[in-house]
Ligand binder design. Structure first.
Ligand SMILES: [Zn+2]
Length: 380
């Protein structure tokens, strides 16, 4: 991964490169921001830059032995730490290295739900356990094999168990001279304060739709129309945009299905609602989750539209056309309940509940919600 492979984030790239060029690399860095904006890609690019022996135009060369090892995910001085589930003797990152390589190659924007899927986490929540810290301390005490720095790249430090974090504290506080920790967090408010306070922090912002759009067309060869639609509705996350752009027909399909659902819900057409719930249940879990995410977004967007704040609306022109008529039905009297009902259905599906039942229940709740009258304001 090179800096030139990173979409957006020019300020952070410049700051990191400046520290490396000046030989003033801190011992612990925290990159944080919402999921899917490329933080882990940037951490990888920075690690490669530090190890590269032949910088070209402010970037790593991509061809020296270190760069090749980085690209093949086998540089002996680059260590990855990530959440795992404990089972069958698995308790530390290196036990899942093959799955990890699959994740980095196929899902470099690191959606956590994909990681859960790859490691078949099921209902378990992956975490970074105390054995990981012990393993890491042992690795850190050895000198670097070939590079000037041993780099520990930790994905999701917020998943560190308190015992694991306490064990690591001393190492982060008094590190070996040749050790660098790069922590990459989707939610830095959940990183333990003792760790958080010992890092140099960079908050990274969601990507602009322009950055997302050009990345999709240049790097994935996606057509301008699809890229523009996906970038508009991805809410600054390249991870989401890539997923949307991988399923271009879904944007249209979901939009038609959402309109139909809302019309039938408002008209209380029970038999039609039942067939919609059966149809959506048969989509399969992953697609159904994407549809529910779409519904949640449309409820939010229509509320924003109803509030007459089109400048912060993130809808495609077709969606906006529907909202002209539909948005008055989403207001302060029902927006919260509708959003909650949709996200509850989503977590039930994630937990493998019966999709037909969940979706039919949701249809009834949507009917109730969308028919809730707008509260009248009291005259002051
Ligand atoms: Zn190089």
């Amino acid at each position: 991964m090179k800096f030139s492979d990173i979409a957006g984030h020019n300020d952070t790239i410049q700051a990191l490169r400046g520290m490396a060029d000046a030989g003033r690399i801190p011992h612990a860095i925290l990159l944080s921001g919402i999921s899917g904006i490329g933080k882990f890609r940037l951490a990888r690019a920075f690690a490669q830059y530090i190890h590269c022996s032949n910088h070209i135009n402010g970037d790593s060369c991509g061809v020296c032995p270190s760069c090749l090892q980085h690209q093949n995910l086998n540089n002996p001085d680059l260590h990855f730490i990530y959440p795992v589930v404990k089972r069958d003797g698995t308790s530390v990152s290196k036990d899942l290295i093959e799955q990890w390589k699959e994740m980095l190659s196929d899902w470099s924007y690191m959606p956590p739900e994909k990681w859960n899927e790859i490691i078949q986490a099921g209902n378990s929540q992956p975490a970074i356990y105390v054995n990981e810290s012990e393993d890491l301390i042992a690795r850190a005490s050895l000198s670097a094999y070939q590079e000037n720095f041993k780099i520990f790249l930790m994905w999701l430090p917020e998943k560190m168990r308190p015992e694991a974090a306490n064990k690591l504290l001393k190492l982060i506080e008094e590190p070996y001279d040749d050790t660098l920790f790069i922590l990459v967090s989707n939610d830095d408010s959940k990183v333990l304060p003792t760790i958080f306070s010992r890092t140099q922090r960079f908050r990274m912002l969601p990507l602009s739709s322009g950055d997302i759009c050009s990345h999709l067309t240049l790097n994935h060869g996606i057509s301008d129309g699809i890229a523009a639609a996906a970038s508009k509705i991805a809410e600054g996350s390249m991870g989401k945009a890539e997923e949307l752009a991988c399923h271009p027909d879904e944007i249209l399909e979901f939009s038609a299905l959402f309109k139909e659902t809302m019309r039938m819900a408002y008209g209380l057409k029970a038999s039609r609602l039942k067939s919609i719930s059966e149809h959506t249940a048969s989509m399969g879990r992953e697609k159904l989750l994407r549809f529910l995410a779409y519904c949640g977004r449309m409820v939010r967007e229509n509320f924003i539209y109803n509030m007459k704040l089109p400048q912060i609306s993130m809808m495609t022109p077709e969606e906006e056309e529907f909202s002209l008529k539909f948005s008055p039905f989403i207001h302060e009297g029902n927006v919260e309940k509708l959003s909650e009902d949709i996200s509850k259905a989503s977590s039930d599906i994630e937990r493998n509940a019966n999709a037909k039942i969940v979706m039919f229940d949701l249809m009834l709740l949507l009917s109730q919600g969308v028919r809730t009258p707008k509260p009248t304001r009291l005259p002051i």
